[in-house]
Write a protein of this length. Structure first.
Length: 321
């Protein structure tokens, strides 16, 4: 060993090697304990949130029981409440937005990471990431005054002319409807999928691409056969993160979905989501049962989010290698 290394390895003056090792063990234990405490802190937060929702929803749970989930009646005057229209609206708009955002987001990420010129890709990537920072109220205003008329006058009639034989595209076309809400949610969550997928693709070593190209694969074949399978787990994680935002989005959805507690197969009909009804009616809940029913809706939204995350994790383990 050199003299410098010996000087570094030697204990400070006045401290024995045994004392120094004990101090290192204590410091390591404190560090590990701090990390564990941080994890348990978040677990306690989630657990406390769930317990608070259960406690606040106890009156509704006692009054309506499990039937609250499949009841379609929502009448504050007679205090008859059911969650099915809101669950339906939440699931329909979120699933449609996830499908559209996944298609657009993954294709955009492939282009930005593999095919776009470097400077253009950097500018476009920055622009897409900025979309994630736009407040939801701005999306809601744009959807109400710009997108809703486009859906009513252009997109809706075009879908009805070409796919009108399907029940999803039949009936009167309203400007504020579930389709408009799904399109707004698509615009809001596509930056998340695009940004994460692009970062995953750029992290793939260049030698993987070079090996595929050397074997005669085209750039598109390389992206489809080599790059995407390598980042499939990360893409699923990005999709779950985006889906969680779509499930809980409130302001923008409230402004463009129509806010009607009814179930309709047509995407052109107004609907309602769990988050929207809570935001709209929480200040109007004048009775204990009314307030408890709204809190139970929040509990359902939490459970649905946990189920979605669990199913996504299970799908990754079973089908994605």
């Amino acid at each position: 060993m050199t003299e410098e290394a010996i000087a570094i390895a030697a204990p400070p003056p006045g401290l024995s090697a045994r004392t120094l090792r004990r101090a290192e063990r204590i410091g390591s234990a404190i560090f590990v304990g701090t990390l564990q405490g941080s994890c348990w802190f978040f677990i306690l937060i989630v657990g406390g949130l769930a317990l608070e929702l259960i406690w606040g929803a106890r009156l509704s749970l006692k009054t309506f029981g499990i039937g609250f989930l499949w009841s379609s009646q929502w009448n504050p005057v007679t205090e008859q409440f059911g969650a099915l229209p809101f669950i339906y609206g939440t699931v329909v708009t979120s699933v449609i937005s996830l499908v559209l955002a996944a298609i657009v987001g993954i294709l955009a990420a492939i282009y930005l990471a593999e095919f776009a010129p470097r400077r253009l890709g950097a500018y476009l990537g920055l622009l897409i990431e900025l979309l994630a920072a736009v407040p939801s109220i701005v999306y809601g205003l744009w959807g109400l005054f710009v997108l809703a008329p486009i859906v009513a006058n252009w997109i809706g009639p075009a879908l009805q002319d070409s796919l009108g034989f399907l029940p999803f595209f039949q009936g009167t076309i309203y400007g504020v409807n579930m389709l408009t809400a799904a399109l707004i949610l698509t615009l809001m969550i596509v930056p998340t999928i695009t940004a994460i997928t692009r970062d995953l693709i750029t992290a793939i070593p260049m030698r993987n691409r070079e090996a595929a190209l050397a074997l005669g694969a085209t750039r598109w074949e390389t992206a489809y056969e080599i790059i995407l399978p390598s980042v499939s787990r990360g893409i699923v994680g990005a999709a779950l993160l985006a889906f969680g935002r779509a499930l809980g989005e409130t302001i923008a959805t409230t402004m463009v979905i129509g806010n009607r507690p009814a179930i309709s197969a047509s995407l052109f009909a107004p609907g309602y989501t769990i988050a929207s009804v809570i935001a709209n009616e929480f200040t109007e809940a004048t009775s204990d049962l009314y307030l408890s029913a709204l809190i139970e809706l929040g509990l359902i939204l939490l459970v649905v989010s946990l189920i979605v995350i669990g199913m996504g994790r299970l799908m990754v383990r079973l089908f994605i290698r």
